[in-house]
Ligand binder design. Sequence first.
Ligand code: NAD
Ligand code: MG
Length: 407
Amino acid sequence: MTPRAKPRRISILGSTGSIGVSTLRLLEETGGPDAYEIEALIGGRNVDLLAEQALRWRPAITVLADEAQAGVLRARLSGSGLAWACGEDAVIDAAGRKADWIMAAIVGLAGLRPTWAAAATGAVLALANKESLVGCGRALIARVETHGGKLLPVDSEHNAIFQVFNADHRPQVSRLILTASGGPFRGFTREQLTSVTPEQALRHPNWSMGAKISIDSASLANKGLELIEAAYLFDIPGERIDVVVHPQSVVHSLVEYADGSTLAQLGPPDMRVPIASCLAWPERVAWDAPKLDLAALARLDFAAPDLEAFPMLALARRSLAQGEGMPVVFNAANEVCVAAFLQRKIAFLDIPEYVESAMMRAQLPSISSKTQADHGTSDAVMERALELDGEVRRLVRGLFAHDRRRA
Ligand code: NAD
Ligand code: MG
C-alpha cells in the first residue's frame, strides 16, 4: 500500500449509497483519514450512516438532503465541532466547494444540479451518476473542461473503455463493445418476465448496487443508459457501439480498432477497482485489491442480448438516434417507472411500454440552436434538461392514472 505523498481534498456526493460507501472503503484501504482531507460528505436520507461517516472522516461540511431530519443530524453531530447543513440548496453549495477530487454518486437525475455544480470546480470529477450525463450530454463534459477539470468515468464499462481507448487513434476506433451481465433475468422469455417481482429483480447475480440501478440492470435499461453515456463520453455514434452479454462480469468492455486488434479491461466485479483507477489517475494506486483467478474462472461466455424480451436497450438506442432531448425523455420515463415497479404499482414489462409511450408523446423543445450558440455549457442547458424531465414525469404519471381509471 502506498499512501499518497500529500493529502488530497475529496468530496463525495451520495456518500451513503452503494458507490459512496465503496469509495470510502477504498479511501480507508489507501491511507484512511491521515491520507485524505474530506471537503464534503453529502447524503440523501440515511442520517445515521451519514453521521457515522462524518464522525470518522471529519469533513469540512456534512450535508443531508432531507430537511425533515435536520434535528436528528444536529443531535448526532452535537459536540463534534463539525459543520453541517440540510436541504437541496445546501447540497448544491457543498457540491460546488473547491476540492481536488469529487465523486458524483447521487442516483438519478436528482444528481444533476449537484453534479453540475461540481463540474465547475476544476476538480477531477469521478462520475458515477450516469443519469446526469444522459440528461446534459456533452454540455456536462464541456463544462468540466472549460473549468479546467477532468471527467473520469466510474461506471465499470466506461472506466474499462477509458483505460484502453487511445484518443490519438480515434479515427481507427471501429467499435466500442459494452459488456452486460444480463442481470437476474438473463435467459428469461417475455412470458416468464410477466410476473417477476421487485425482490427477484433486486437480486443481481454479480454486483451489489442501489435499488434503482439494480432494476435497470434487470430490464437492460442500465445498458441503454450506458450506451448513451458511452456515445457522449467517447464521441462515438451509437451505431458503432455494440452490447454483448457476458454473464461473468470479468471483461468490463472493449474497444475494437480498425486494424483488427480489440483491447479489453478485465477485473473482478468490484466497483472499488474502477473507483481506484479514477482516484489515482493518471497514476495507479496499490491496494489490497481482489484479483482475478483466470484458471479458477476457466471460461468466459459471450452472447447477443435478447432485444425482444428486453426492449429497453433498443428504446435507449432509438432515443440516442433521435437526439434533441429524447435521451432525457427515456431516462425520466424510466425513473418514474422504476419507482412505480418498486412500489408494485406497475408490472416489470410495463416499464418499456410506458417508456415507449412517453417517447412517442413527449413534446420536445428545440434545444439545438441555443445549445450550439452557448457552446452547451451555460446553465440554460441544464435547466432545459430539468424542465423536460419534469414534464415527462408528469406525462408518465398521467398515463398511470389514465390506465388505473380504465382498469
Ligand atoms: P444508491 O441508491 O445506493 O445511492 C444513492 C446515493 O444518492 C445515496 O447516498 C443517497 O442518499 C443519495 N441521494 C439520493 N437522492 C439524493 C438527493 N436528492 N440529494 C442528495 N443525495 C441524494 O445508488 P448507487 O447504486 O450508489 O448509484 C449511484 C449512481 O452511480 C447511479 O447513478 C448509478 O447509476 C451509478 N452507478 C452505480 C453502480 C453501482 O455499482 N452501484 C455502478 C455504476 C454506476
Ligand atoms: Mg455499468
